[in-house]
Design a protein around this ligand. Structure first.
Ligand code: COA
Length: 695
């Protein structure tokens, strides 16, 4: 008997238990173990029915994702489910935790399903760029109908036991001790002479072709660029048109296509990257973490308020500090307004709104921050102001309090030096809108202690963020790369491209919007004010005035003023080509004596994306990001880099570093622009035929 699956008898019921921590993934040993345990149960004359259950925290949570892409080992998961379904004895699945993917498919190979009220089940393969390939696309439609099955499989979300009971997936929901309850249920089925119910033998109602094409259309925009959702639909459609055996064959073909697709490889990379990103090399799991029971936030503006909401929503009390009562009142009212808007959409109850609001307190005095465990400063982006704030915090905060800055551009080390406890200082760079965006760049200063890092990384998860640890530099990981791309986008327009052309190329690549639509969304005034500041403080090194400045000077600040690089119709966010902007662009080209040329889409793609890869490589070289996967996660969660491309550095590996390096070098030779100076790391990897993923 395999160690990961055991068989024992409890009264009249033979119990097969899967015990493969942490999540009972259905790797080869487990699959073989289930088949062996089933044989035992079938040979056990005392067992009138058999039951399969998960040990530890969950029923199997899916196929072992680490085995995907490796040579397959028999028995395959579809075979195991078939062997279960062919069993001569009544078979019951007893579910707790999360029966996902292959786990749920195992339950569909059983006659009856009983689950704890807290259990969830679902087919999330689509999130890995796959489809449920162990009969899920053929059995689920037979159990609950094609429409409901298609919805569940394409959404890929875990569903609660009560809902599954309503849908007809689960037969019985129990509470308390699952094993005891499930055995009692099985005994009752035996006593009642309950019939066998092989799901594959149920008939499935035929649906008109429209049902599938309309569903496809309904997801087309949201799932742009993904392959798997559309293959899932095809597989479910096959269940309604073919007999079970032929449907299984079709499912296998579609599954294999997905398994070998670059989209799935990318999505599987992202699955593991998301989990890896929280683990900091050199900081062990055992590093003590500080208890964060109350948080202070300085600044009740849009950013401060957005940051506060993360903590309130997670049930952590927040004390907000401002210099004027009016600003506090305004800030608190905005938070309430945001929560109430969420409640209106049905995503929160009014009790939950009140609960969150009750966790806010306000103050006009730093002295009131003496008891908080963490303070996050979200004041005006100016070093002098920030240093004053940290000086005050150093004076009032208790020993062991973590002092965090939400700066997006300033030197965290310099800020830390304005305190006598730089080891307690860290950056927490939230992205706007801070209550929505999942990315949180946690910025490690030279002196930041491991304990503070471990606490803040852990806290990121608690407040529903994806925390990525980065080092100090201008713009950190995300914005530093973004700014390089933005500069290329502007140069491409100077040379002859239009803003619409540049945006279209990047949109078609899979980004949610192009660089100019993004600038209009953020506001052209933001960059303009920063450049103006530089022109005043450091005229020699400040950037030259260009057409983006000219637009900002005319108060064309983007969406908020009805026009920026593009024009916007009232109440509509669709960017439209703007004559005003084109006139400014022409004027600038003339002033600079630029002779325009036709710029190809290919050049736009290469210059906008390869400059990012080169910068990403420099960021790795300098240790600002710890691993390529950290850059990937920053760009996926902060800027909507397409998940089906796996993130910036993963995508670069797929393109080929030798190819990218050659282009980077060519652009450097042509332009002399230091941004194109090839990163030493990129150069080395390219010359050795290696990838970022090999690091
Ligand atoms: N195969 C291999 N490893 C898996 C796995 C799977 N199907 N599911 C989870 N793991 C691993 C994780 O990588 C993690 O490993 P680590 O501790 O080395 O980082 C560990 O199990 C715990 O997972 P984690 O996600 O951190 O725990 P959680 O309690 O937050 O969530 C699940 C548990 C099961 C809900 C979540 O892991 C999940 O959604 N897994 C994928 C399920 C899935 O897609 N199944 C279909 C596969 S075809």
């Amino acid at each position: 008997m395999s160690e990961v699956v055991s068989y024992e008898r409890d009264g009249d019921i033979g119990v097969i238990t899967v015990d493969n921590p942490p999540v009972n993934a259905l790797g080869h040993a487990v699959r073989q173990g289930i088949v062996d345990a089933l044989d035992k149960g079938l040979a056990d004359d005392g067992a009138k029915a058999l039951m399969i259950i998960g040990g530890g925290r969950t029923f199997p949570a899916g196929a072992d994702i680490r085995e995907f892409g490796k040579p397959p080992q028999e028995p395959s998961l579809p075979d195991v489910v078939q062997v279960l379904e062919n069993s001569d004895k009544l078979l019951i699945a007893a579910v707790h935790g999360t029966a996902l993917g292959g786990g749920m498919e195992i339950t569909l190979g059983c006659d009856y399903r009983v689950a704890l009220d807290s259990a969830k089940m679902g087919l999330p393969e689509v999130n890995l760029g796959l489809l449920p390939g162990a009969g899920g696309t053929q059995r689920l439609p037979r159990l609950i109908g094609a429409k409901a099955a298609m919805q569940a499989i394409v959404e890929g979300k875990p569903m609660k036991a009560a809902k599954l009971k309503d849908m007809g997936v689960i037969d019985e929901v129990v509470s308390g001790d699952l094993k005891a309850e499930a055995i009692a249920y099985a005994e009752k089925l035996v006593a009642d002479g309950a019939p066998r119910r092989k799901v594959s033998e149920l008939s499935v109602e035929k649906e008109s072709d429209n049902v599938f094409s309309e569903f496809e259309q309904s997801i087309a925009r949201k799932k742009r660029g993904f392959l798997a959702p559309f293959h899932c639909i095809k597989a479910v459609q096959a269940a309604t048109e073919l007999d079970f055996a032929a449907g299984m064959k079709r499912e296998r073909e579609l599954f294999t296509e997905l398994l070998n697709s670059p989209e799935s490889a990318a999505q599987r990379h992202v699955f593991f990257a998301e989990r890896e990103v929280g683990k900091v090399p050199g900081i062990s799991k055992e590093t003590p973490k500080r208890d964060i029971k109350q948080v202070g936030i300085i600044g009740a503006g849009t950013m401060g308020g957005g940051i506060a909401m993360n903590f309130l929503s997670a049930g952590i009390p927040v004390k907000m500090l401002e210099m004027k009562q009016e600003a506090l009142d305004k800030g608190v009212a905005l938070i309430r307004k945001n929560y109430e808007a969420t409640a209106k959409k049905g995503r929160m109850t009014s009790d939950q709104v009140e609960k969150c609001m009750s966790l806010i307190s306000t103050s006009l005095s730093y002295d009131d921050l003496s008891d908080v465990d963490l303070v996050i400063e979200a004041v005006f982006e100016n070093m002098k102001v920030k240093k004053q704030v940290f000086g005050e915090l150093d004076r009032v905060c208790k020993d062991g309090a973590i002092l965090a800055t939400n700066t997006s551009t300033l030197d965290v080390n310099e800020i830390a030096q304005s305190t006598n406890r730089p080891e307690d200082v860290i950056g927490m760079h939230f992205f706007s809108p801070a209550n929505v965006m999942k990315l949180l760049e946690n910025v490690r200063g030279e002196a930041t202690s491991d304990e503070v890092i471990a606490t803040v990384m852990d806290l990121s998860k608690r407040i529903g963020k994806v925390g990525v640890l980065v080092g100090v530099c201008n713009g950190f990981v995300g914005n530093r790369i973004l700014h390089k791309r933005q500069a290329q986008a502007v140069k491409l327009v100077n040379e002859g491209a239009t803003p619409s052309q540049v945006d279209k190329v990047l949109f078609d690549f899979g980004l949610p919007m192009g660089p100019f639509a993004m600038a209009d969304l953020a506001g052209l005034d933001v960059g303009w004010r920063i450049r103006e500041g530089l022109r005043e403080d450091d005229p020699e090194n400040a950037p030259e005035r260009d057409w983006m400045d000219a637009l900002a000077e005319q108060e064309r600040w983007g969406q908020k003023t009805g026009g920026g690089v593009f024009d916007y119709a009232e109440g509509d966010r669709t960017p439209r080509p703007s004559d005003t902007a084109m006139a400014e662009i022409e004027k600038y080209r003339k002033e600079k004596g630029i002779e325009t040329r036709e710029v190809s889409d290919q050049e736009i793609l290469e210059r906008c994306l390869y400059v990012m890869v080169n910068e990403g490589a420099k960021i790795l070289e300098e240790g600002i990001a710890m691993r390529p996967l950290d850059v990937d996660i920053v760009w996926i969660y902060g800027y909507g880099f397409p998940v089906y491309r796996g993130g910036l550095m993963f995508w670069a590996d797929q393109v080929g570093l030798d190819k990218i390096h050659a282009k980077v070098k060519q652009f450097y030779d042509e332009s002399g622009d230091p941004v194109w100076q090839p990163s030493a790391l990129l150069e080395k990897l390219a010359s050795e035929g290696r990838k970022f993923g090999d690091l």
